[in-house]
Design a protein around this ligand. Structure first.
Ligand code: PMP
Length: 360
């Protein structure tokens, strides 16, 4: 892996950091650090990233991102592990960022540009990375089409930015009830579901609001064609334990390939569980919940870590209560995943990346 020089902290950014006071009640993604990283793409190449005080952008109202949604993002966490600052598999976020960029006709970004922005931002913000249980610095790398133009075409100019939020846990409750969405769909075959494209998330909010109105916390998406196969939640992948075997939907182009999902698959197999990636029929799953052969369902993602589901439900009020709402498989997976991320147990897969490792 190539090395890079830590980005400089200009006096204004230094001043902004020195005046920053972290709120006591963090929430998730609510408070943003007073510095950010930014790089510009112009004339076919990326300029160097720089750090600057956090603040409004000077964006042309005809910028293509505002009209045609050329916008992609990533979600990562930096952990404060007793003085060491650790990321989890950041090279996978970089790869997925470039897959998203390709799908949205946006430019690739080199690993050094992507990573130095994150590395440098974290290294200057060390004292604002909360260390409590479930706490981290949530990192949001993103890219937008900044060039002005109202004709439908890919932009020639882009901005890559990283903002960061000292955060606590994602859900207010540690167990969630999930509405099976039987009418709307999140992503269709041939569409953008496998990309972390902003529009996928905008399109999921209406169903999310419906779920909340009906007393659920999340939406479970089914495939767009048959409305029969479980895909994922709006920001998490999903696992079910049936007769002691673990099942998860196999990847298609309408499912976001979660880095936590991949890690859970590897961890579960490493721990000796049988695990199958398959088409997961919702009606089969509901029957298995009712017969209690399905003992656990849990959702996984960077933000939500491992979150057990208490129930699945329908819009007509039918509830399928899941046997265990924090069962032994979810517990074991969570303990091991969090243990590796917090560097309190061995990391047999070399998943942890310590901040500053690539500084020359
Ligand atoms: N599915 C969707 C739709 C997501 O937005 C996310 C969060 N990136 C995930 C799954 C989980 O992915 P990861 O484990 O990489 O955070």
């Amino acid at each position: 892996m190539s090395t890079y020089q830590r980005l400089l902290l200009d006096p204004k950014s230094e001043d902004a950091l020195s005046k920053y006071e972290m709120p006591k009640d963090l929430g998730f993604g609510k408070t943003i650090l007073p510095i950010m990283a930014i790089a510009e793409y112009k004339n076919g190449s990326w300029g160097a990233a720089k750090l600057q005080p956090y603040g409004p952008l000077n964006l042309d109202p005809a910028a293509r991102v505002l009209h045609y949604g050329q916008a992609i993002f990533e979600g990562m966490k930096a952990y404060n592990n007793e003085g060491k600052i650790a990321l989890f598999r950041p090279e996978e976020n970089h790869k997925r960022f470039n897959r998203s960029a390709e799908r949205m006709a946006m430019p690739d970004i080199p690993f050094e540009t992507f990573m130095n922005a994150i590395d440098s931002l974290c290294s200057y913000s060390e004292k604002f990375i909360p260390a409590g249980e479930g706490e981290s610095l949530y990192l949001r790398p993103f890219m937008i089409a900044s060039e002005a133009g109202l004709g439908l075409a890919a932009a020639n100019e882009y901005l890559y930015m990283v903002v960061a939020s000292p955060s606590g846990g994602y859900f207010a409750a540690d167990k969630v009830n999930v509405l099976i969405e039987r009418s709307a769909c999140r992503a269709a075959p041939g569409g953008t579901g496998y990309a972390k494209a902003a529009g996928n998330y905008g399109g999921s909010i209406q169903a999310g609001n419906k779920a909340i109105k009906l007393g659920f916390q999340q939406t479970m998406w089914l495939d767009a064609v048959e409305k029969k196969y479980v895909e994922e939640l709006s920001g998490m992948n999903i696992f079910a334990v049936v007769n002691n075997k673990i099942y998860t939907p196999k990847l298609t182009d309408s499912i976001l390939e979660g880095i936590t999902r991949d890690s859970v698959i590897k961890l579960a197999r490493h721990k000796g569980y049988e695990l199958e990636e398959c088409t997961l029929d919702i009606n089969w799953l509901v029957e298995k919940i009712k017969s209690e052969e399905c003992s656990e369902i849990f959702a996984v993602g960077t933000a939500a870590v491992v979150t057990p589901l208490s129930s699945l439900g329908e819009a007509d009020g039918t509830i399928y209560k899941i046997k265990e709402d924090f069962g032994p498989v979810a517990k074991l997976i969570k303990d091991n995943l969090v243990g590796i991320q917090r560097q309190s147990i061995e990391d047999p897969f070399s998943w942890v990346y310590e901040i500053g490792t690539n500084f020359s």
